[in-house]
Design a protein around this ligand. Structure first.
Ligand code: NAG
Length: 444
């Protein structure tokens, strides 16, 4: 959370965060056999004031601070929840102008709620943005007096993300007050009461997989009783181009990308629309969008997929060249950026970095991986030296290195020098002779 946000956060949230961090480490271990407990999850949000369109971004000027209270979300019981207090109407100070959205989650499951609760403890930030959600004309129930909002809640660092469609609950009883700008009836506590009717979620907003491996892009959803699943669409966007990867509509599925599959049992039983992509290529890299359409609502999640391949490093000494040259071949890596450093170590000495290396042209294989060579003129000195080429790449946890011993240069160099000088002299001598012979020829 931002310092600013933290300051302004309701006292309840601060209490909650502090209480939760103590036992956060035990959560995983205990979750399996533990019981569930319902807690209020309080999130600091921005409310886009005139975001009439779904997916439209509101400019900062049109954003207002707001609080979102997810009421009574079941999370695994653990010691960190001791002393935890639920949201009270008076948690928000009287002079706090923020709109408070209360959202009941009785009709849907929010499996990512626990991650939202514990985000602060793992130094992650939670961002939450609420905007108006406009039903498509044909989906609108004519008699219904309600307003819809969509909340996009994301945990930083590629963590989970959830988008929830919230419907306001009729609070327009006598004596209810109205929110002046939202034009909505408020509960006696001054909150906007809503119920979540649909949510789409992912466990990871970004992930990295190895070239050639298989990956499952997670996307799940939950919808209120009475709603039907209409379609699941997976699209990919990369460098400005978009394309369909997979679609499922009323039982018919179509894989545009070869091998892309979605498990129909998982889809129907577990509301799990995860997409499996086998045999990853560099073309799979980019943003993948999972869009779920129900009989009434539509929402999506965006997952960034990065592909990587580790380089192979080979070092060779071209000793017949003069001066002796070292070539470090770095082959088969992806993405593009690599850093190469050279060190030289004399017997009994410490390794020292050397500069002056030059790079070959970059080459790209049909599979999309890159190859490059770095060359360095060796100066082994009278005792010889060990040269090391070290490669740093995002696919490697540790730098990859290759070393070779370059024998002392002196004798070989001087021997070679004498030999080549003699050779040059001989050439000169021969040339001179010819030239003289030609000059002495009698002219016709
Ligand atoms: C969702 O389904 C995929 C297979 O399509 C599976 O690998 C994954 O574990 C499932 N995720 C959950 C949370 O059930």
């Amino acid at each position: 959370m931002h310092a600013e946000a933290e300051e302004a956060a309701a006292a309840g949230c601060l209490l909650l965060c502090l209480a939760l961090c103590g036992g956060a480490a035990e959560t995983g271990a205990q979750a399996a056999e533990s019981q569930w407990r319902a807690v209020d999850v309080i999130l600091d949000c921005f409310l886009a004031m005139d975001g009439g369109h779904r997916g439209a971004f509101a400019s900062p000027a049109n954003k207002e601070r707001a609080l979102l209270v997810l009421k009574q979300v079941p999370v695994p019981e653990d010691s960190s929840l001791e002393g935890f207090t639920d949201f009270q109407g008076d948690t928000v100070a009287q002079d706090d102008p923020r709109v408070v959205f209360e959202a009941s989650v009785d009709q849907v499951q929010i499996p990512q709620a626990e991650a939202l609760l514990h985000a602060d403890c793992s130094d992650a930030e939670v961002t939450c943005e609420i905007s108006r959600y406009v039903l498509q004309a044909k989906q609108e129930a004519p008699a219904e007096e309600a307003t819809w909002f969509i909340s996009n809640v994301q945990v930083s660092g590629g963590g989970p993300s959830v988008s929830m469609v919230m419907k306001t609950l009729g609070d327009a009883k006598s004596g209810a007050s109205w929110h002046p700008t939202l034009k909505l009836p408020l509960s006696p506590q001054g909150t906007v009461r809503t119920t979540v009717e649909f949510q789409v979620t992912t466990q990871t907003q970004s992930l990295t997989a190895s070239l050639g491996s298989s990956v499952s892009l997670h996307c799940g959803f939950s919808m209120a009783p009475g709603l039907d699943l209409i379609s699941v669409d997976w699209r990919q966007q990369h460098q400005g181009r978009g394309q369909q990867v997979y679609s499922w509509t009323s039982g018919k599925d179509q894989a545009k990308r070869q091998g892309a599959t979605l498990d129909p049992d998982q889809l129907h039983m577990a509301r799990n629309a995860s997409l499996t992509l086998p045999g990853l290529t560099v073309k799979d890299e980019g943003v993948h969008i999972c869009q779920i359409t129900t009989s009434r609502y539509q929402a999506q999640q965006i997952i960034q997929l990065n592909i990587q391949a580790s380089p192979k490093v080979q070092l060779s000494l071209i000793s017949r060249a003069l001066p002796p040259t070292l070539v470090c071949h770095i082959v088969g890596y992806y993405p593009l950026n690599v850093a190469v450093t050279w060190t030289r170590e004399e017997p009994g000495g410490a390794p020292r970095q050397v500069s002056g290396a030059s790079f070959s042209n970059l080459r790209q294989s049909l599979a999309g991986t890159f190859a490059i060579s770095s060359s360095l003129v060796a100066e082994p000195g009278p005792a010889g030296a060990t040269y090391t080429c070290q490669v740093i790449h995002s696919s490697l946890e540790e730098p990859l290195a290759a070393s070779t011993w370059v024998p002392p240069s002196e004798q070989r160099t001087s021997g070679f020098l004498i030999a080549s000088s003699l050779f040059l002299l001989a050439l000169l001598f021969l040339g001179l002779q010819r030239w003289q012979a030609q000059r002495d020829l009698p002219r016709p």
